[in-house]
Design a protein around this ligand. Structure first.
Ligand code: GCW
Length: 732
């Protein structure tokens, strides 16, 4: 990297001209479109407009950055690469400040220059950073400092982000620190290379060629994650193959950990609770059996010998057929604490999932996790986090917040969001998840009165927890653009940024991402951000408006199947959730029904239980109401439902128009991909609308409100559609 900057600085006029010509030819040869295939994510570092680059160049003349640690080395390399790309040439690496405009990078321990500034870094904690314009040896300079190398790396990305988003880098005084400690991607990647609920190709982990072969992709993955503050990755599916704990696989895991370590990313593994039987040859996995405890301790010791900074275990137990402590009449706490005890001496944690609904067949599915876990509040070891999905069902387009948030003050609850769009149109639909995440985080549990938001549960401030976390189920695969579409990259991005600070705004993050991904042309930024911000509500409207949920196709979750009532479990079927009959629709979860409302704090429960107070968007989640029910709008429920379904399709049509208006402003390859995917989305939105309306109409026999087009096909047509080999699903 340094070499790239040096010759440019010393180049004679002729050499500079030749170099320029060469670059031009290379650029033409590669073709603009080819260069923009999405692979570079939001770290494209394409040249800034001349005026901005000129202004910034004077503040990036020299780079004083150490290389004593691997993290320092990658920080320096990233700054050289990023600044070089954005400004046309990189700052000159130097040991001391000898001219105006140097960037000085380090911790007080790693850099005498930083130490000499006597900066107040105390409140930055670990991983925090400051970026400040200072004067050093008489020269204006910019310092990026933190208490640890990783904080400084985050600061470097912070500075680059400012430039990428079109902001000046002079007169800076920024302080940042993460509000959540464990910011983790959960990969649902299987060891055979498939990805459960993955829509971006095969797994990026090439287990077969690990541990020897470490393609650059692994490093780029780490860079991308570090750039948004993600500091952990669970490599394998929660439906875990016990083989991952064999020594041969642990060596592969160690090799990946080695690639990620400089970027501050720890690896975690999903473990199968019965691994002592499958891998250890024991007869039981009973968590209270001393042999089992010994086996896990030994396994943890083995892992830490290979990976000294191993993060810990993620566990799906007694859920959807996975083994767990209840197989031995032990509690979730018994299971989690046993694993926690094995990891504790090494500083590892257990992330124990609360996604369970097996215990009481017949009970409203969404009530079951609360029933199992609430009584265990305060029973988990200090290094256990309970990982809770944002809603009580399963990553639907919209759910009310999970009532476990606010109900377990003595337990460290971490958030689990889904980044991959299992229930949101897979990779092809443009659905920006920022508003969904923000809605969940901003929800008020009322645990300690007004302002007891889910975000405050997650960042630990509400109940004073130090160990905090947020997980996102990754949408990453081997596709060239990582996520199956350019816009899906925004969902990885927004997850990371919100894990860093759950109070950031989804719109601000969308704008940041758009600028980094498509450039700072205002004619692009505003329409794209508006389109993104409206996209989630559009999906809710064309799939499951007014509090409906889980109307998706059986098993694979592709497309509408609201009529499905097939086995093996009633609570996997759409009819279970929408409960439509001749008289009305919706799931009565008030006291006269399943009483799920009672799992919320009284003010929230009262709001949800009251037909007068409940927001329209949760109506059918909590209430069964007649088709003729009068909505706030004055329309009947049926008319309102049809209106929302239709609105969703129209919104997608508008998104297509917006995008079409950007032709010429966006490079060809990305333009065409998005345009094609939006066409698919519009077709599928129409299908959703028509199939759902046709079905509900077959139940209620009501005419469509005036002016609304009938479904394109009779219900039978939609019911006849079947899909084999749907991506992300293999239970055939
Ligand atoms: O959303 C459901 C998915 C399963 C998944 C499960 C879970 C990994 O349909 O594919 O399994 O949730 O979260 O455990």
């Amino acid at each position: 990297m340094a070499l790239r900057a040096e010759p440019a600085r010393r180049a004679t006029g002729l050499r500079r001209l030749l170099a320029g010509l060469l670059m031009l030819v290379a650029g033409l040869g590669a073709g603009h479109a080819r260069a923009e295939d999405g692979h570079d994510l939001w770290l494209r570092y394409r040249p800034l407009p001349a005026a901005q680059a000129d202004a910034a160049r004077g503040h990036a003349t020299q780079l004083v950055a150490g290389t004593a640690s691997a993290t320092q080395a990658v920080t320096r390399a990233e700054l050289l690469r990023g600044l070089g790309g954005l400004l046309g040439h990189a700052p000159v690496p130097a040991d001391a400040v000898s001219r105006d405009g140097a960037i000085v990078v380090g911790t007080p321990a790693s850099s005498p220059l930083v130490a000499g500034l006597h900066l107040d870094l105390h409140d930055l904690g670990r991983e925090g950073y400051l970026i400040r314009s200072v004067v050093l040896d008489g020269h204006p300079a910019t310092v990026i400092a933190g208490n640890d190398d990783i904080g400084v790396l985050y600061g470097a990305f912070g500075l680059l982000r400012r430039l990428q988003t079109g902001q000046p880098i002079d007169r800076l005084d920024l302080r940042e620190r993460p509000r959540v400690q464990l910011r983790v991607l959960d990969h649902w990647d299987n060891l055979d290379g498939s990805v459960e609920r993955g829509y971006a190709g095969a797994s990026i982990w090439d287990w077969w060629r690990l541990p020897d072969y470490l393609p650059p992709r692994y490093t780029d993955y780490a860079r991308a994650n570090a750039s948004i503050g993600i500091n952990g990755t669970v490599l394998n599916n929660v439906n875990a193959d016990p083989l991952i704990l064999s020594h041969a696989y642990l060596e592969k895991v160690a090799a990946l950990a080695g690639v990620f370590r400089p970027y501050g990313i720890r690896v975690y593994l999903s473990v199968r609770f019965s691994a002592p039987i499958e891998v250890g040859g024991l007869k039981t996995a009973d968590p209270l059996d001393p042999q089992v405890q010994r086996w896990w301790r030994g396994k943890a010791d083995e892992i830490y010998r290979l990976i000294p900074d191993f993060g810990g275990f993620l566990v799906k137990a007694n859920s959807e057929g996975q083994p767990g402590p209840q197989d031995y009449h032990r509690s979730h706490a018994d299971g989690a604490n046993m694993l926690a005890a094995a990891l504790a001496p090494h500083g590892g944690v257990v992330m124990w999932r609360a996604f369970v609904y097996a215990n009481k067949p017949g009970e409203d599915r969404i009530k079951q996790a609360y029933g199992e876990f609430k009584p265990l509040d305060g029973k988990f070891a200090a290094n256990v986090l309970l990982q809770v999905k944002n809603g009580p069902l399963d990553f639907q387009p919209r759910e009310p917040f999970n009532p476990l948030f606010g109900a377990m003050p003595k337990t460290q609850l971490m958030m689990e969001f889904q980044i991959t769009k299992e229930y949101l149109g897979f990779a092809t639909h443009l659905v920006y998840l920022g508003p969904l995440y923000q809605e969940a985080l901003a929800a008020d549990t009322m645990e300690h009165g007004k302002g007891s938001t889910v975000a405050k549960v997650v960042d630990g401030t509400l109940d004073g927890h130090a160990l905090t976390g947020m997980a996102g189920v990754a949408n990453i695969g081997a596709d060239r653009d990582w996520c199956g579409s350019v816009f899906n990259q925004a969902n990885w991005y927004v997850f990371g940024r919100l894990a860093w600070d759950p109070t950031l705004s989804a719109r601000a993050i969308a704008e940041e991402w758009t600028r980094m991904t498509f450039g700072n042309d205002e004619a692009v930024v505003r329409p794209v951000v508006d389109m993104m911000m409206g996209s989630r509500e559009a999906a809710v409207d064309y799939m499951t408006p007014l509090g409906l949920a889980h109307l998706m196709g059986h098993g694979h979750h592709y497309g509408p199947e609201p009529w499905d009532a097939s086995g093996p479990r009633a609570d996997w079927t759409p009819v279970y959730f929408h409960r439509a009959d001749k008289g009305g629709i919706g799931f009565d979860r008030t006291a006269s029904g399943s009483d799920a409302v009672a799992q919320y704090a009284p003010p929230v429960a009262n709001e949800f239980a009251s037909l007068r107070q409940i927001p329209d968007e949760y109506l059918l989640w909590f209430h069964h109401v007649p088709w003729s029910y009068r909505m706030r709008s004055g329309r009947t429920l049926w008319d309102e439902l049809v209106r929302h379904y239709t609105q969703g399709v129209e919104d997608v049509a508008r998104m297509r128009e917006t995008w079409a208006g950007l032709k010429g402003h966006i490079d060809d390859e990305r333009y065409r991909q998005v345009a094609t995917f939006l066409a698919i989305q519009q077709r599928e939105a129409q299908w959703w609308r028509d199939a759902c309306i046709a079905y509900f109409q077959s139940i209620n026999g009501l005419p469509l409100p005036a002016g609304y087009a009938p479904p394109a096909h009779p219900l039978k047509y939609y019911q006849s559609l079947s899909f084999k080999y749907v991506p992300g699903y293999s239970a055939w």
